[in-house]
Design a protein around this ligand. Sequence first.
Ligand code: SF4
Length: 365
Amino acid sequence: MPESDLKAPREGPANIEALRGKLSEYLECAGRPLTFMEVCGTHTVAIFRSGLRSLLPEGLRVLSGPGCPVCVTDQSEIDMALSLAKRDCVVLTYGDMLRVPGSSGSLLKMKGEGAAVEVVTSAIQSMEIARKNPEREVVFLGVGFETTAPATAVTLQQARRNGLDNFSVLCLHKTVPAALSALCSNPDLRIDGFILPGHVTVVTGLDEYAFLTKKLRRAAAVAGFEPEEILACMTDLARQVAERDFRLSVWRLKDVPIEGNPAARRILSEVFEPCDARWRGLGVIAGSGCRIAEPYGEFDAVRKFGLDPAEDVVDNGCRCGEVLSGLISPPECELFGRVCTPLAPVGPCMVSSEGTCGAWYRYHQ
Ligand code: SF4
């Protein structure tokens, strides 16, 4: 099958059928079962919601990796947020973070007990709240990958320009490539190909992922969020393995700029510097976090309040770490659907609308 046949995915059931046929052919050529992993919460939901799993040929396993920013936020990081709420700070965060459990409850629980915890829809909104409440210390939880980090960075630049001294950010932003590298070094996990997130690469560009194909010899391709795009991406991953021709490719109906967004990357490099970060269930991954750089140090909640992320202390039976690593699927967790449900989540993978356990519960039950 010439590679050019796979270019430019088109919408429609006929194209889906054609792609399924090609995918099966490449799987046969590969001569063994293949395992692909998507690393984006939006892909997790898109694959479940579209019913794509039921169309995949035998011999292809698709795992959900650490692509949901809420899910990968570590218990120790939630504990730091809880300690800020206990100090009478106003803690502002995106909605899903409220219910993520720390070692002594959640932000939602603290809010119910009277703590000043509020939901915001943007980083800049949190700065406005700080401006209107100069008598209170206001802390924004910066959570997410390369897609949300630029908004936090711009907010910090504005806070410095405005001379806000009651505003800070608990910076929990993480970056995807280092996590993929860590997963590839896990001997218990053999991932043949990665479905890369389209919106992250719009910021980072493709070069950040070249190590997967060039150095680690894994198949890798960027996909949009339409079923045709995801299926075309999987088909090309199978082709890369079958032909041992590992080359990054892009499967989006709309273009992804190869170089990403240089303006966003420049702002990120001005405001943040790389640091080691703790991922829930995956441990510390070198260089996978964003720390607020020295020129913006006065807005760093960790420095301002002397926070010290402790090791995880509570084992509540949640196996999110294994789910996020692709080592088990959600139903293999003993708590799934019995003790842990979207209404009563035990772990973050059930909390988030983009979490694997939550998606599995909603679309597989
Ligand atoms: S089902 Fe619940 S307890 Fe089990 S891994 Fe998922 S989130 Fe954690």
